[in-house]
Design a protein around this ligand. Structure first.
Ligand code: BGC
Length: 931
């Protein structure tokens, strides 16, 4: 007997969200079964008087809407069931849905703007109306603003979203929200609506130039309340000239600067409204996770400073604000400042640049009151409170906010510092996924940098359900893309021609037009996203190819290069050790390759030409930048990484490049020497040349600069620069240093794929790739991901009797596996394997791996084994040759010998035999069970 399918949902919407398309795609999960059943067809039932459609096949993710398109305000229920091995299984639980307003003409409301209040430097306005209702069956509020809004009905807050409607390319797209407000209204009585509107992204500061009002000079509101009576008739109360507006107690509000709140009574300044421009054409229904409060943090330390302020440490960097409960402070001004770090025990606000990040309150009365800012957010760990002595502060809480994305990925291993790094990456993701994926949450920037997202999207889409957010961001990208194909530096674009006017714009940055949709496709299997993005992606590539010119070498013009390479001058982060032109051409070749993958779904006819273009770029790259014997111009780590990742080199060149890369890394003690772009690829490049243990060393070193140096120095989020803080606690260039940037956190993607061992092998994880390194440098790791088909997990641990591997694949997911001693393909289900020899002789045995080569050679049994191995693997010609080759390494631990063997200098065949060498050391009969 089959169990029923579960978790039926429409599009990417959480249960209960309003549907914004007439043809929502359907997804559900197959219930876990004991076997892998063969499903031949699926039935979908709409409503109670059943309209049933049959769909051939067994897909369960983003299945096209099988019924006639829905209209606005349609309500219904849906169920699915599958035919399994010739018999119909049970129906799923019904999912109910309701569509929102789908047509422009559904809007009776018009945009209203305040007249005489709510000006640029004036208090935030509250728009309001009062109305009578009859009996109420149900009520819906459709609402959005020019600015950010908080609505109340009869004094009660509508919804729990923050900073709605979020940030989109407002000129082209303005999101509206839909609420069920039935319970907030009073049947047959007078009701009121009040909506506070702040500057937000629409009219507040954006970017470092100090500019404000990017989208318009006037705030505005459009809202439509529809009340359905028991007889089905509908009353509509919509924004129009009859609404009123008044000043709120929020005297000033800005996302960067904070808010100024004066709660003392003032003569109310009320005014009328005018009808603003026609905007219904750009309205679209929300389909992304809103910004919400995500957590509340208790301070880890509260202390008095020398000059009477209260300094609060929340123990971690985050995005949000301080909630303060105070009493006895009538007419006193309370100030709260925010900072990410302390220098000499005091707030270091230089890294905020011109963002004031200051919230102030003046209280009206002595009574106890909780103060929380609205219409702003800050990125901080420390807060300094002035104007309130400790006796009058009754409670201090850190309120964490962010897009309320569903968490979908988890990782843990036996190394606590790596776990801490991973936690920091998750925290930086949470801090910077604020409707738009932004670079940092604290300074006068907080922008959707294309490069940063391009690099972090793979990690983000493992950790969180990013499908809708990426879809929305890419739609903005299409809206903001220039007619000539150039892609702005930030999306939504508010810096325009501030950087490199007229330039095609940056390799590795604008490439987001290609890389981000591909990442989303790999993670979620949404082919429609690729179809939507195809034209924009190919236009960007055409523009970049044009910039590269006939010789396909992209030189000159503006580039960010391998941004923030630690060797770059701190004031000029693009000038690192890797020539910017080389970076540009390498990035272009990679992007064209990605575009051909995108085309294979969205425009198959274009694939052959793109493949040719890719080969042309590879030859141009090698011809210009790689010497005959594999040295790459710049001779930097990133230069070799790009060349290796591009697979641009012939075998001889590749060997030499591998050798040089390893020797550069060794010479730097495995510390980081790559910028944003190289960092996202360096560990994969090491995998490519069979040097995964060196990748692990890079991950595990805690010498500056490195990922774990940040952890060692107490980071709670990922820093913008490798050395945002140096070993002496000095801030590196406060003019551009953030302590909460996800870009260098791109390493989480590699950690998930190679330490945990889980990646998508087919779009949306229909097939998973399971390939953990089973490194000797840690003893266990586990990784879990909630894929579109259900949770996939991989867990490995090395014990006294070998390595155990546990894999769980949900129904509908199989896997390709690359683990010695484990079958190469696995069906869905739970699998347990034991592989490798007992610890004493395996690579995993720390005691044995730590033995010196000379000690192993002195041991007859192990010595013979080692020599045999070198000969068998072709590393040495014969026993004598093996002894001769080993002699320089006599005093080296066996563990390190593995890396030496990976080193091409050891012998020409080097890097590729390392793995076989390790496998042979860990040889044993695999114990394979599937249940
Ligand atoms: C941002 C970066 C971005 C860079 C490019 C910085 O100010 O914070 O993350 O990639 O500018 O110029």
């Amino acid at each position: 007997m089959q169990a029923a399918p579960r978790g039926l949902r429409l599009e990417h919407l959480a249960d209960g969200a309003f549907v914004g398309t007439p043809t929502p795609r359907l997804s559900w999960r197959w219930a876990e079964g004991s076997a892998t059943p063969q499903r031949s067809q699926i039935e979908v039932e709409l409503g109670h008087g059943p309209d049933v459609r049959t769909i051939e096949g067994s897909r369960s993710s983003l299945v096209e809407w099988p019924f006639a398109p829905l209209g606005s305000r349609a309500r219904g229920t849906l169920r699915v069931r599958a035919e399994v091995d010739g018999e119909w299984g049970p129906w799923s639980d019904p999912a109910s849905f309701e569509t929102t307003l789908l047509e422009v003409d559904d809007w009776e409301a018009v945009l209203i703007e305040p007249v005489g209040v709510g000006g640029l430097d004036e208090p935030a306005p509250i728009f309001s109306t009062v109305f009578e209702t009859g009996d109420i069956e149900s009520a819906r509020l459709y609402i959005t603003a020019h600015g950010v809004f908080e609505a109340e009905i009869n004094g009660d807050r509508v919804g729990d979203e923050i900073l709605s409607p979020g940030w989109t390319a407002y000129r082209s797209r303005l999101r509206f929200l839909t609420y069920d407000v039935t319970t907030l209204l009073r049947s047959g009585q007078t009701n009121s609506i009040d909506v506070l509107v702040g500057n937000g992204w629409y009219r507040g500061r954006l970017g470092w130039s100090g500019a404000r009002a990017h989208y318009g000079a006037s705030l505005g509101l459009i809202a439509q309340l529809e009340v359905t009576r028991p007889d089905g008739s509908r009353d509509t109360f919509a924004t129009g000239p009859d609404w009123a507006v008044r000043e709120s107690h929020v005297i000033a509000d800005d996302l960067y600067d904070g808010v100024e709140v004066d709660l003392r009574p003032r003569p109310p300044r009320t005014a009328s409204v005018r009808v603003g421009p026609e905007i219904r054409r750009v309205l679209f229904p929300s389909f992304t996770a809103p910004i919400r409060e995500l957590a509340r943090l208790a301070p880890v330390e509260v202390r008095k400073t020398g000059d009477g302020a209260t300094l609060v440490d929340f123990g971690q960097n985050f995005t949000g604000w301080v909630s303060l409960r105070v009493a006895g402070l009538a007419s006193r001004k309370i100030e709260i400042r925010h900072a990410e770090i302390l220098v000499d025990g005091a707030l270091a606000t230089e890294t905020l640049r011109t963002a004031r990040a200051l919230d102030t309150y003046v209280l009206a009365a002595d009574e106890a009151r909780t103060l929380e800012p609205r219409l702003t957010f800050h990125g901080f760990r420390y807060a300094e409170i002035r104007g309130a002595d400790l006796e009058s502060i009754h409670d201090i809480v850190g309120v964490v906010i962010g897009s309320d994305l569903e968490r979908t990925g988890w990782f843990q291993c036996s190394n606590e510092r790596v776990n801490r790094l991973h936690d920091n990456i998750v925290r930086s993701a949470r801090s910077n996924l604020i409707d738009v994926p932004i670079d940092c949450p604290q300074r006068d920037e907080r922008l959707g940098w294309t490069g940063d997202l391009q690099l972090f999207a793979p990690a983000a889409s493992f950790l969180f359900d990013m499908a809708a957010m990426l879809d929305s961001w890419l739609t903005d990208l299409r809206c903001e893309q220039h007619p000539d194909g150039s892609v702005p530096a930030v999306i939504p674009d508010v810096i325009g021609e501030l950087i490199a006017p007229g330039a095609a714009r940056g390799a590795g940055f604008s490439d987001a037009a290609v890389m981000v949709p591909l990442t989303a496709y790999r993670a979620y299997g949404d082919a429609r996203l690729l179809e939507q993005q195809w034209e924009s992606a190919s236009r960007w590539v055409r523009r970049a190819l044009e910039a590269a010119g006939e010789d396909r070498i992209w030189e000159g013009g503006f580039q960010w290069g391998d941004w923030l390479d630690p060797s770059a001058p701190s004031g000029d982060p693009s000038q690192g050790s890797t020539p910017v032109d080389l970076v540009a051409t390498a990035a272009l070749a990679r992007t064209v390759e990605a575009l051909s993958e995108l085309a294979s779904v969205a425009s198959p006819d274009d694939v052959p030409a793109l493949r040719d273009e890719h080969s042309r770029l590879l030859s141009a790259f090698t011809k210009r930048y790689v010497t005959h014997d594999g040295l790459v111009l710049g001779d930097s780590v990133s230069a070799y990484v790009f060349a290796i990742r591009l697979a641009a080199l012939d075998p001889q060149q590749r060997l030499r490049a591998a050798e040089r890369l390893i020797s550069l890394l060794r010479g730097r003690g495995y510390r980081a020497s790559t910028g944003f772009l190289g960092t996202a690829q360096v560990l994969d490049a090491l995998d490519d040349i069979g040097a995964s243990e060196i990748a692990m060393r890079m991950l595990l070193t805690d010498r500056m600069p490195s990922w774990l140096a940040q952890v060692r120095l107490g980071a709670t989020t990922v820093w913008e620069r490798w050395d945002s803080l140096d070993d002496d606690g000095v801030v590196n260039d406060p003019f551009m240093t953030s302590f909460n940037h996800f870009a260098l956190g791109s390493v989480a993607d590699w950690i998930h794929r190679r330490v945990g061992g889980l990646a998508p092998a087919a779009p949306g994880y229909r097939t998973a790739r399971i390939a953990p390194i089973l490194t000797s440098s840690i003893s266990s790791a586990s990784v879990r991901h909630e894929s579109p088909h259900g949770e996939i997990s991989v867990e490995w641990a090395r014990g006294s009797d070998g390595v155990t591997v546990d894999i769980i694949l949900p129904p509908g997911v199989d896997a390709v596996v690359d683990i010695p001693g484990v079958p190469g393909r696995l069906p869905s289900g739970r699998h347990h394997f034991r592989t490798g020899t007992p610890q004493a002789s395996s690579r995993g045995d720390d005691a044995s791996a730590d033995r010196l080569v000379e000690d192993v050679l002195a041991d007859e049994d192990q010595g013979t084994r080692l020599i045999d191995l070198l000969v068998r693997l072709g590393i040495a010609d014969d026993d004598d040759d093996a002894y001769r080759r080993l002699s320089p390494y006599a005093s080296m631990p066996v563990r390190d010998l593995a890396d030496e063997i990976a080193h091409p200098a050891f012998r020409a065949a080097g890097p590729f035999v390392r793995r076989a060498f390790l496998e042979s050391l860990g040889e044993g009969r695999p114990d394979v069970r599937t249940y």
